[in-house]
Design a protein around this ligand. Structure first.
Ligand code: ADP
Length: 262
């Protein structure tokens, strides 16, 4: 793995302000993510995982501290950063090809090769010939593959994945974990995955950050051993080291739960 830092949060505190008052979502949060790294964020609901992802995406600025992408301050969304969510948000009236190309259209980056590129990506992701179909004709797993193609066609260097598999049936989820991990590795992308599934984090990622709450902070990090990292998620789940990583993650979450505020 290359070691240059691509994304960084430096002593970030984020305070939400609304009509009910102020709420400190994360406090003094520092994290470096290396180029090509696949990082997972796990932790109890409300500990700030999505806040961290949104800050990395440049959707809003931190109240204090800095968010850096390639050493430069993030001051808004960038075409170099892709976002994939639990819901696919495909437009029902657009064909799969048109849905896949929407990011390029919005960014005014359509070229004459773009349609062929979309078709190639859809084929690589197991959807050959699906371009002319419509979202309602596709299963949940197929639609998430389209969402992945829609993100990849814009060629982002960083992918932010917010629970992208959690609405899927278990066996489809396992298939997509394989596909996403192998595709991102092959393309050399950096990725940050938010998940509540500890086995997914252990099987797919290089490093897992466990967040504590009140306010959100880094409780600990778990580096995944090479034997698991280099295996596909399905194989990783069968290896002896998997159980100890899974138990470590579970026990850290138990500590957070028992102590309430870590
Ligand atoms: P997670 O993704 O870990 O569940 P979030 O980042 O979504 O956590 O939220 C962290 C905390 O910030 C939660 O307590 C949530 O209620 C609060 N929060 C999130 N968004 C807002 C908002 N727009 N206004 C006020 N509070 C918010």
């Amino acid at each position: 793995m290359k070691q240059e830092t691509v994304l960084e949060l430096q002593q970030v505190t984020h305070v939400y302000v609304n009509e009910k008052g102020t709420f400190v979502a994360i406090e003094n949060f520092s994290l470096s993510i290396a180029e090509g790294e696949f990082l997972a964020l796990v932790g109890p609901s409300g500990c700030g995982k999505t806040t961290v992802l949104n800050l990395l995406a440049g959707l809003f600025q931190p109240t204090y501290g800095n968010v850096l992408f390639g050493g430069l301050k993030v001051d808004g969304p960038s075409s170099k950063v892709g976002y994939m969510l639990q819901q696919d948000y495909l437009f029902p009236w657009r064909s799969i090809e048109q849905n896949t190309l929407i990011g390029l259209e919005i960014q005014h980056r359509m070229r004459k090769e773009s349609k062929a590129e979309a078709e190639r990506l859809l084929t690589e992701l197991g959807l050959p010939g699906a371009g002319k179909r419509y979202p309602h004709e596709l299963s949940g797993g197929m639609r998430q593959r389209v969402a992945l193609a829609r993100m990849l066609v814009t060629n982002p260097s960083v992918l932010l994945l917010d629970e992208p598999f959690s609405a899927l049936d278990f066996h489809i989820k396992l298939q997509l974990e394989e596909l996403v991990q192998s595709t991102l590795r092959r393309l050399g992308k950096t990725a940050v995955l938010v998940t509540h599934d500890l086995s997914e984090a252990a099987a797919m990622c290089d490093r897992v950050i466990v967040l504590g709450r009140n306010p959100g902070h880094i409780h600990c990090e778990v580096v995944i051993p090479d034997s698991l990292r280099l295996a596909s998620p399905q194989i990783a789940r069968t290896l002896p080291e998997f159980q100890s990583v899974f138990e470590k993650l579970t026990s850290e979450l138990d500590v957070i739960d028992t102590e309430g505020e870590d």
